[in-house]
Design a protein around this ligand. Sequence first.
Ligand code: HEM
Length: 464
Amino acid sequence: MTSLDHQPASALGDPAARTARRFERMRPFGGEPAPRVDAHGLPPGPRWPAWVQTVALLRFRHRFVPRMWRRYGDVFTLRIVPGGRPLVLFTRPEHAKEIFAGDPEYFHAGKGNGILGPIMGEHSLLLQDGSEHKRARALLMPAFNGHALRGYRSLVDEVADSQIGRWRSGEEFRSLDRMNALTLEVILRVVFGVTDERRLAALRPRVTRTVDISPVVLLGWGYPALQRVGTWRRTVENAYRLDELIYAEIRDRRAAADLHLRPDVLSRLILVGDEGDRLTDDELRDQLVTLLLAGHETTASALAWALHELGRDRAQLRRARQAASDGDDDHLEAVLKEAMRLHPVIPMVARTLMRPATIGGWDLPAGATVGPSILVAHARGDNHPEPERFDPGRFLGQSPPVNTWIPFGGGVRRCIGAGFSLMEGVAVLRRILSAYDVTALGTDVPKVRNITSVPRHGSRTRVD
Ligand code: HEM
């Protein structure tokens, strides 16, 4: 029996009470409701029931969304649960620009992520909108600027060295699994700043379980009674244990005498802001879990795809290995960016309109959700000639036209970890390619896992 069983939150000690309160308060689809939608005059789209479209979007988006684009054109409307809400997807760069530039007071991004509330917490950067989002973003940004990134680099190198140093020539493995283990270690050491081996051992399984959230668990949160049974109960118990560890880490870190000298993200976040406007323990907890969820599998998937593409193209592999031994990080970054173009890790970004807006000439009602389709933007031949071809040269000495390469979204919500993931990805590729020849074993295709797209077969790889 856990301390969460059948007890009101007020009866629980700290941090158990905080965990329980979060599960009580943060209902999926909770918070300020989106306005009711007047659905007349929306762009065309399929007439299938909303649940069919939702399943297609969640499970088969790699085929479904491009098919809708071919069938209905550059702007189309899908209906999703709950209530058949319209999701209007845009595929042209000028439309992406309009959405990214939308006034954040009325283009809300946090709403669409509400389902992650019980796990991320109400302060999560991903869940907030308007002035609260602006404040949190301003406090978090310094931990992700160029200066801070340079400070993390040697830590990332250390993690990459110790993990990849254990690989053996001739080994075959799912590179997605190896990359997941590696990026998890980066989060724990570089973001959480944990160095004590006992604490790391306690955190690893909790964090792994937290990241592994199935849609069933997410949807079940709408029904509080479920939190006492089966997989939902285990999720709540795990959240409690993880919170215990995170709050202990925050408490100890606040007391650390060398806080100013510590290079990790948590230490920076504790110090950020003016007296009276610092991040509280609850805010720190929520942001750490957000960074964990947003920054772990995403980077791992991008790396797994990069290894897969290099592993089946000897000429590109030769060039990349040469770049790794020459210290040519620009080339390695181009490899990573091209892997993200060809295999977008996140398929789209979404903004819910809090008042009517005109986008791409369409007058859209309040309550509609709009977003650029990253999948289609990256696959359009007019954005990227020969879009099926893996060609890092697209990013060497040039950039694709603006808003045609948007793996990190854009505007005031653009991924705060974009620079971090590129820095991490380049460090990992450099380490692997300077030591190993890489061969992709068989073909691979994307599948949806949690919030990301990953290689279905895990990007099976041999290193020699
Ligand atoms: C390949 C790696 C990654 C990809 C493809 C990716 C993609 C994205 C996308 C598409 C968004 C939404 C942007 C929008 O709505 O316009 C986002 C937001 C976010 N990402 Fe990433 N991400 C990656 C890595 C990371 C990392 C490493 C971290 C942190 C360590 C991170 C933290 C976040 C956070 C906190 C947000 C919310 C920003 C906000 O709402 O203001 N991401 N990411």
